[in-house]
Design a protein around this ligand. Structure first.
Ligand code: XMP
Length: 617
């Protein structure tokens, strides 16, 4: 990969949640892409065989005092340039256009109308270029994925407007003679329905990439890297039981030999039903039969008692994992070498959502990215063989290691487990500031709920209220309402549909105060989660759903609580859309949950990511 003469596209990272995804897409077309900071020294780029430049999105505004510093000379490199979101706005500003905060922010789907330059007589000269341009072989109408508050409102001289959406007049612009393009939307996320053609057109047609980068020997490369990093050190590996840590454990044992890797699975009490036993069994089947297990559920529950803030919960869970592990290793491993290192199954989205790159915002602190671990990383005491990959790549690596299909195809499960799927509340609940909902028709029955969840909008974290709606069953209609309302009202970051309530007439949901993590609440959620998993397996939709968080929330009608169903479709967790379940399966599921007397209501989350995240906390 370090071959200097190999063609490459440079990506400048302005802090987007999706920067790494751009390189991943290019990797899919066998094109090498490297990520650089925006203030990269120009001679570094000049020293490479650079064929193109991509400017990523980012959470800041280009016109702000705090705007990210970048090397001006990047615009003189004489290679094709593509700006995405923030990058598009930067091109707009740099070449003398105008960027402003829009009246309407766009988060989620938008319909892109591509201008037919061929029909414009004045642009005859550009026809040749147009055919080889970004939108080559794409329909004139296309669904794209937006996540922005600012917009380019005046294109710079020499730039044509190439496409618009209803809310964004300059959704794409380009100076076709110099091959400089800007897109307000995100072609790198797969919700932009271009089948990756835009990035392919940029790399192959515009930058003329040879497509000679191969990933066949990925596994060999990873094993080589592990050996180099671990040298003669012992690795203490924390295996949470999910796909990532199991694959990382198998990879480490394969690379370093069993005697150099000590695997520990900590049962935190926040696992799914029978999870620990299942993990041990699945790994043992393929020869990884030396996993140690410790039951630490009591200590996790004790430390989490009285805590309701999601970030605090995440940090406590991460710290407790480390404390329990340290104690176990001290007790059970004869000699702890000074040079031992900690192994983790961290994958790329864990890093980026924890603000892992220089300019990225913290959306959530992943359990394997708490401060203590960050310090150990700086000291070179952590090995994470999968940290540059996405879930689907991790699954592919797992298949190469012959890990069982059952283990690899299980829905992803977050490290903090059910701990972040049982929402808590404090005694004092702040009064809600309700936005004035102005809907065209008054027919929408809705209530803003007195709980909050985490979301991601325009690359920044949100912590806002869900809006419950009832009386609408059509998924497409619900998706539109959800996109429109979350775009329009800053304090709503989710829309959820009421599926069932234990009450007559118009419900008025209250937040149950002083509700924390308890064994009873965890058991209740564990049971419901298990029944749902069985139902979706029976209905043969388990593999169609990418992940299905089920969340217990302290919303009450008759003294009970509520369940939120959050099935999503996704490719790599950076973006997602809610899964549109058939009515018959949803009815069966709801019926099963309604049998639990402690449950007062069932909701279905109809929000995409962005503006909501997959998990609620
Ligand atoms: P969000 O909720 O940010 O989640 O859309 C994206 C993906 O990451 C998983 N997730 C985690 N995985 N440790 C993990 O190993 C964590 O702390 C963590 N938090 C979220 C989440 O389940 C989803 O698949």
């Amino acid at each position: 990969m370090q071959n200097k003469s190999r063609q490459q596209i440079a990506i400048l990272d302005f802090g987007s949640q999706y920067t790494h995804l751009i390189s991943r897409r290019l990797r899919d077309f066998s094109v090498l892409a490297r990520i650089y900071p925006p203030d990269v020294k120009i001679d570094i780029l000049q020293g490479e065989n650079l064929i193109g430049l991509i400017l990523s999105g980012g959470p800041k505004s280009v016109y702000d005092k705090t705007a990210i510093k970048y090397t001006n000379a990047i615009f003189d490199l004489k290679v094709p340039i593509l700006g995405l979101c923030y990058g598009h706005q930067l091109i707009g500003q740099h070449f003398g256009g105008k960027v402003k905060s829009g009246k309407i922010s766009e988060y989620g789907f938008a319909k892109l109308k591509i201008k037919n330059l061929k029909l414009n007589k004045n642009l005859k000269l550009k026809i040749k270029n147009y055919n080889a341009s970004l939108f080559n072989k794409l329909p004139y109408n296309m669904r794209v994925w937006m996540s922005h508050g600012d917009s380019v409102v005046k294109a710079p001289a020499g730039f044509d407007i190439l496409a618009s959406t209803n809310d964004c007049a300059i959704a794409a612009m380009g100076d076709l003679s110099r091959n400089i393009y800007g897109l307000q939307f995100h072609p790198e996320v797969h919700h932009t329905k271009d089948k990756d053609k835009i990035l392919h057109n940029f790399a192959v047609k515009i930058c003329k990439a040879r497509q000679d980068w191969k990933i066949d020997d990925l596994l060999t490369e990873i094993i080589k890297d592990i050996k180099k990093q671990a040298k003669n050190k012992k690795v203490f590996m924390l295996v949470s039981g999910g796909v990532d840590s199991s694959v990382a454990f198998a990879l480490l044992e394969k690379s370093l030999g069993k005697k150099n890797v000590i695997g520990l699975h900590i049962d935190s009490g926040l696992m799914r039903k029978n999870e620990s036993a299942q993990v041990i069994q699945d790994l043992a089947k393929t020869g990884f039969d030396d996993l140690n297990v410790v039951d630490a559920s009591e200590i996790f529950l004790t430390r989490l008692h009285g805590i309701s803030d999601p970030e605090q919960k995440r940090k406590i869970i991460g710290e407790t994992y480390l404390d329990v592990a340290e104690e176990w290793f001290k007790k059970n491993v004869e000699t702890i070498h000074e040079s031992s290192i900690l192994g983790q199954g961290t994958i790329y989205p864990d890093t980026i959502e924890t603000g892992g790159t220089k300019h990225a915002d913290i959306i959530k602190t992943h359990h394997n990215r708490i401060d203590r671990i960050q310090k150990m990383i700086k000291q070179g005491k952590v090995i994470e063989p999968l940290k540059n990959f996405y879930k689907d790549e991790v699954r592919a690596i797992g298949r190469k290691l012959n890990l069982s299909r059952h283990l690899l195809n299980r829905h992803p499960f977050p490290g903090p487990g059910l701990g972040i799927r049982v929402l808590c509340s404090e005694s004092k609940i702040n009064a809600l500031k309700l936005p004035k909902l102005k809907l065209k028709k008054t027919a929408l029955n809705c209530q803003i709920l007195p709980i909050k969840s985490v979301g991601v909008q325009g690359d920044s974290r949100t912590y806002a209220y869900p809006l419950a709606v009832w009386g609408i069953n059509n998924w497409n209609k619900l998706e539109k309402i959800s996109t429109d309302l979350t775009n329009k009202y800053r304090n709503i970051n989710r829309v959820i549909k009421v599926c069932w309530i234990r009450s007559e007439g118009m419900p008025k949901f209250q937040c149950k105060p002083n509700t924390y993590l308890t064994k009873e609440r965890l058991n209740l959620l564990r049971e419901i989660n298990d029944i749902l998993e069985q139902e979706i397996r029976k209905a043969k939709i388990y593999d169609k759903i990418w992940q299905f968080p089920v969340i217990l929330v302290p919303l009450t009608l008759n003294g009970g609580e509520s369940i939120i169903l959050r099935p999503v479709e996704s490719r790599e967790a950076m973006t997602a859309n809610f899964y549109k379940m058939s009515k018959s399966v949803l009815t069966k599921i709801t019926y099963q949950i309604a049998k639990f007397t402690k449950i007062d209501a069932v909701f279905y989350d109809v929000t995409n990511k962005p503006p909501a995240t997959i998990e609620w906390e």
